[in-house]
Design a protein around this ligand. Structure first.
Ligand code: FUB
Length: 440
């Protein structure tokens, strides 16, 4: 048991996208509770015999993750599971996109799934589990919320203290919640002039400077893109304003998101199928920065692999989560195609290839050595420059030929304290594969 607890407490993931890499995660709702960010995602697992429906989503439980810097994440383990909620069909594997909110000393976790009893409800309904802490233990309510059919619950509490529940069922619906956060206080209603063509789901509502924003994934073309609408009231009518994130160029059909302000910066949490490129029902959560124009409109977010935050120079820097890649010769591949959770490597195929990685924090200490995990079947040389392709050379790593991964140490020239951009390039015309680099 001690081993299990220790795993959850130290089970951190990295600063880049996706930011959880030891399991599949989707539909991230991020919340600030106290001085930390908590992410409540869905948890995709592979289907199998007797486990879910082949080719479809398979989701049996929820984990919660926390971070105080958005770069180091702790997995607090399972908080709600399908066979421990009295009203849930225990083999439905349909624990879809959740939300969690704080009110009057309690944390309310909302989750959509399939009930055992389908006399009154066909398909999904929404339940609540309540805890004293953001990481649980969460105690599920004995029955789902009355008068709600659908998926993707989202809760918003307005400045006057009125709470609202939003969800989707073809269209997007909203209703007031009672003070107890467990029952509706008004009839469900649709929210205004949202697009009538193409699926809309995954509502996320927030207020900023007196404007209510309803953000939602919408299939305007082939797959989901993130759009938003605004209103002067939490239940609308909302008017469509624009696109927050375009549909993915690599065809992940769903995208599901939340927006969060943390330490004066706004972020978009969303998902993509990074760890499962051939099956888009096994997804992974990502974060990128988001900003508002002076008129309150949301600027479009371009998805990145680099993600957010600084990377400590002393950590293993995964160059494959790059900021920029040369137009030719550089690529990213899985380290082990049989176990994609091992992550990626950067392949520099020739001496035109380079990879740029922004935001490496060298701090104030003097670092003297680089260690690079590399493989070069014919041998090769790699150079690391700081602050651009023509910046000073920080280190040159000579890789002896060999098929195995090698950890090679090399001395650094001096590097000024502070944050730097690394540009790593191949100096020989032979392929070199890089797993990571770190500085000591
Ligand atoms: O994760 C299952 C479903 O896919 C979610 O509930 C939707 O929002 C979509 O992301």
């Amino acid at each position: 048991m001690l081993v299990v607890v220790a795993f959850f407490l130290i089970g951190t993931a990295s600063a880049q996208n996706p930011f959880i890499t030891n399991q599949f995660t989707a539909d991230p709702t991020a919340r600030v509770f106290g001085d930390k960010v908590y992410v409540y995602p869905s948890h995709d697992i592979p289907c199998g015999p007797g486990r879910g429906r082949i080719g479809w989503f398979c989701m049996e439980d929820y984990h919660v993750f926390s971070s105080n810097n958005l770069t180091d994440w702790t997995d607090h383990g399972v908080i709600v599971t399908q066979n421990k909620v009295p009203w849930v069909k225990p083999d439905s594997y349909s624990m879809w996109a959740p939300d969690c909110i704080y009110r009057n000393g309690k944390y309310y976790f909302y989750f959509p799934t399939t009930p055992k009893d389908t006399t009154n409800v066909k398909g999904f309904t929404i339940g609540v589990a309540v805890a004293d802490k953001p990481t649980g233990p969460f105690v599920p309510q004995p029955l789902p919320i009355k008068n709600v059919r659908g998926i993707d619950p989202n809760v918003f509490i307005d400045k006057d203290g009125q709470a609202y529940l939003y969800w989707s069922q073809g269209d997007i619906f909203g209703a007031k919640l009672k003070e107890n956060m467990l029952e509706l206080a008004s009839e469900p209603k649709t929210l205004g002039e949202l697009p009538t063509k193409g699926l809309k789901e995954g509502p996320y509502v927030f207020e900023r400077n007196g404007t209510y924003y309803l953000t939602y994934p919408h299939v305007a073309n082939k797959t989901e893109r993130l759009e938003y609408a605004t209103s002067t009231s939490p239940l609308g009518p909302f008017k469509v304003q624009g696109v927050i994130m375009d549909e993915s160029s690599t065809g992940c059909w769903t995208n599901h998101h939340s927006l969060l302000e943390f330490k004066n910066q706004w972020y978009l949490f969303y998902h993509h199928n990074d760890l499962s490129p051939n099956f888009d029902k096994n997804r992974s959560v990502r974060i990128d920065s988001l900003s508002f124009a002076p008129d309150g409109s949301i600027r479009k977010v371009k998805p990145t692999l680099r993600g957010v935050g600084l990377t400590d120079a002393k950590q293993k820097i995964q160059l494959d989560r790059y900021s920029r890649l040369s137009a030719s010769g550089a690529s990213v591949a899985f380290l082990d195609t049989a176990n994609k959770f091992q992550g990626w490597k950067t392949v520099l195929a020739n001496n035109q290839a380079w990879v740029q990685y922004n935001g490496v924090a060298f701090g104030k200490q003097t670092l003297k050595t680089a260690t690079m995990r590399v493989a070069a079947p014919s041998g090769g040389t790699v150079q690391v420059r700081v602050d651009g392709a023509t910046g000073p050379v920080l280190v040159q790593v000579v890789v002896p030929k060999g098929d195995q991964w090698q950890e090679i140490k090399a001395p650094l020239t001096t590097v000024k304290p502070g944050t730097h951009t690394l540009v790593v390039s191949a100096k020989t015309n032979t392929p070199v594969e890089i797993d990571w680099v770190k500085f000591e």
